[in-house]
Ligand binder design. Structure first.
Ligand code: PGA
Length: 256
């Protein structure tokens, strides 16, 4: 237990058409009212962001994007800028492992994106996490620490206050095999938190939220969110249905 506000963000990945987005948000938004201890975010694909903004309206549900380019504008076919997103979004997921593995994102590009997002008033949800091989080789702490340091390079403490970290072990994403609450908490408390404190000072470092992601479901959410240093979750598969997403938000609210 700590006094950081909980957060649950749904990463829809490449799912949902406009019609499906409208249906899902209509079903979700009313059910998501009254959870006063949780920041709630939905992150649909780019094409659905403006609709998501309309559907969420003045509700407590905020909208985030799943990626962006670091340049302001120009000849970058297929890319989307921070200024474009800032019209609809409060948050942007950066450095998700699927972006890192499938689209060759590096800590360096993630870091550029973090800076650009902050310049445009978008709050970055920065993803870190080790692969199965790295985990089995005992490299988790080293990998996660390096990702944190490099992705957050040259931020000042004021900027760091806007950042959310998501620890997502790659082996847990979409596999149904979540990290144990104790295992995830250890990475949050003993690896990520000390880096944040070192980079931004104890007070700011202690205030940055660290979410867990990777096969979070209504069944394991309460145990995960009950841990001292897990401040909420980044949810993939279970964010695509109103019932499961709402149940996970409720678990985060109850844990506070
Ligand atoms: P998952 O995905 O909940 O489906 O495992 C989490 C994520 O990739 O953010």
């Amino acid at each position: 237990m700590n006094n950081r506000r909980a957060m649950v963000a749904g990463n829809w990945k490449m799912n949902k058409t406009l019609t499906e987005t409208s249906e899902l948000l209509k079903a979700m938004v009313t059910l998501l009212s009254g959870f006063s201890k949780v920041d709630i975010v939905v992150c649909p694909p780019f094409t659905n962001l403006s609709l998501a903004r309309l559907e969420t309206g003045e509700s407590e549900v905020k909208v985030g994007a799943q990626n962006m380019h670091w340049q302001e504008k120009g000849a970058f076919t297929g890319e989307v800028s921070a200024a474009m997103l800032a019209e609809f979004c409060d948050y942007v997921i950066l450095g998700h492992s699927e972006r890192r593995v499938l689209f060759a994102e590096t800590d360096e590009t993630v870091n550029k994106k973090v800076h650009t997002a902050l310049e445009h008033g978008l709050k970055p949800i920065v993803c870190v996490g080790e692969s199965l091989e790295q985990n089995q080789a005992g490299q988790t702490a080293a990998v996660v620490e390096k990702q944190c340091r490099e992705s957050l390079k040259d931020l000042n403490a004021e900027q760091a206050k806007q950042v959310v970290i998501a620890y997502e072990p790659v082996w847990a994403i979409g596999t149904g095999l979540a990290a144990t609450p104790e295992g995830a908490n250890e990475v949050h408390r003993d690896v990520i938190r000390p880096v944040l404190r070192e980079l931004f000072g104890a007070e700011t470092g202690d205030g940055v939220r660290i979410l867990y992601g990777g096969s979070v479901t209504p069944d394991n959410a309460a145990d995960l969110f009950g841990m001292s240093d897990i401040d909420g979750g980044l949810i993939g598969g279970a964010s695509l249905k109103a019932e499961s997403f709402v149940a996970i938000v409720r678990a985060a609210n109850d844990a506070r």
